[in-house]
Write a protein that binds this ligand. Structure first.
Ligand SMILES: Cc1cc2nc3c(=O)[nH]c(=O)nc-3n(C[C@H](O)[C@H](O)[C@H](O)COP(=O)(O)OP(=O)(O)OC[C@H]3O[C@@H](n4cnc5c(N)ncnc54)[C@H](O)[C@@H]3O)c2cc1C
Ligand code: FES
Length: 270
């Protein structure tokens, strides 16, 4: 019998991987979550704490579903602190996914926005020529560089890391590198997920060159299924209509890149 995605399924955390001092990957077994499309997310219940939206990826070595969490406030810190053997609840997967293009592909990720990018890499064709751009503030915050290289062993590829302070990789904002790359390359597809200002600039640069570009948005999510309205961006509900949107659609939305809503639904400028 098919599982109802709106029912919470209890899963056991089987392995915890330290990615950086503030980012961990939690691996768990779940047949439904291990088949998610790139860009889809789950609502994750941390018993006794809260429920959070999390992108889903697949652990490279184990082939199992995984969440990669950055500790932030109370709920994400509780998730970050879980140990192997402890329980989480998952419902979903929810949301649409990236439209896959073939050929010369550029992926741009920042922070935990790299999670859907890593899932997307597992859908690349061996003939695709793939560039992955990883943006971080400092060397300590860089993760998934090795994973990206491993996932792309069959492809012509390059993984470029930028750090704001130049402590690792190329110095500068990841969007400066996006601009350099789209100025001289014709990409068949550009995909991005991360801080909204980063996505806004990436979409703008790619769109100005006439490239196909999509971004996966993050908004405050409570229900995850299109009922509460907390994830609205203009007329769109990110949980129901996204999380993935085309660049031209996003650039016509006056909220994208400019403001989001806090837990009370009050707009806050980026
Ligand atoms: C589709 C989607 C996928 C996400 N994937 C990941 C991921 O893979 N890894 C990861 O670490 N984080 C991810 N996030 C963000 C993560 O859900 C929030 O950072 C987390 O909810 C913070 O909760 P908190 O209680 O620890 O922090 P709080 O102190 O309560 O809030 C800190 C900040 O986190 C954000 N936030 C808080 N609650 C929510 C919520 N319910 N929905 C969205 N944002 C919230 C707000 O910007 C808030 O200002 C994702 C968010 C969305 C919408
Ligand atoms: S989170 Fe409730 S409508 Fe999207």
């Amino acid at each position: 019998m098919q599982r109802n995605p709106n029912h919470t399924t209890i899963c056991i955390v089987e392995k915890v991987i330290d990615e950086t001092p503030t980012v961990r990957t939690l691996v768990f077994s779940d047949d439904v979550m291990s088949k998610v499309l790139p860009g889809q997310f789950a609502m994750v219940w941390i018993p006794g704490v809260n429920e959070l939206p999390m992108s889903v990826m697949i652990s490279n070595e184990l082939g199992k579903a995984a969440f990669t969490v950055r500790k932030h406030g109370p709920a994400s810190t509780a998730l970050f602190n879980l140990k192997a053997g402890q329980q989480i609840g998952v419902r979903g997967p929810y949301g649409n996914s990236f439209d896959l293009k073939q050929g010369k592909i550029l992926l741009v990720g920042g922070g935990t926005g790299l999670v859907p990018m890593m899932r997307l890499l597992t859908f690349m064709n061996p003939q695709d020529d793939v560039t992955v751009l990883i943006g971080a503030k400092t060397k300590d915050e860089v993760f998934f560089e090795d994973l990206a290289n491993k996932l792309l062993t069959k492809n012509i590829h390059q993984v470029i890391v930028t750090t704001d302070d130049g402590s690792y990789g190329e110095k500068g904002y990841v969007t400066d590198m996006v601009k350099k790359l789209v100025d001289v390359n014709h990409y068949d597809g550009v995909y991005t997920c991360g801080p909204e200002i980063m996505m806004f600039k990436t979409v703008q640069y790619a769109h100005s060159k006439g490239l196909f570009v999509q971004a996966s948005l993050e908004r405050m999510m409570k229900c995850g299924v299109g009922i509460c309205g907390s994830c609205c961006v203009g007329e769109d509900l990110v949980c129901r209509d996204g999380t993935v949107f085309d660049g031209d659609h996003l650039l016509s939305n006056p909220e994208f890149g400019h403001f989001h809503r806090n837990k009370a639904g009050i707009p806050e400028i980026y």
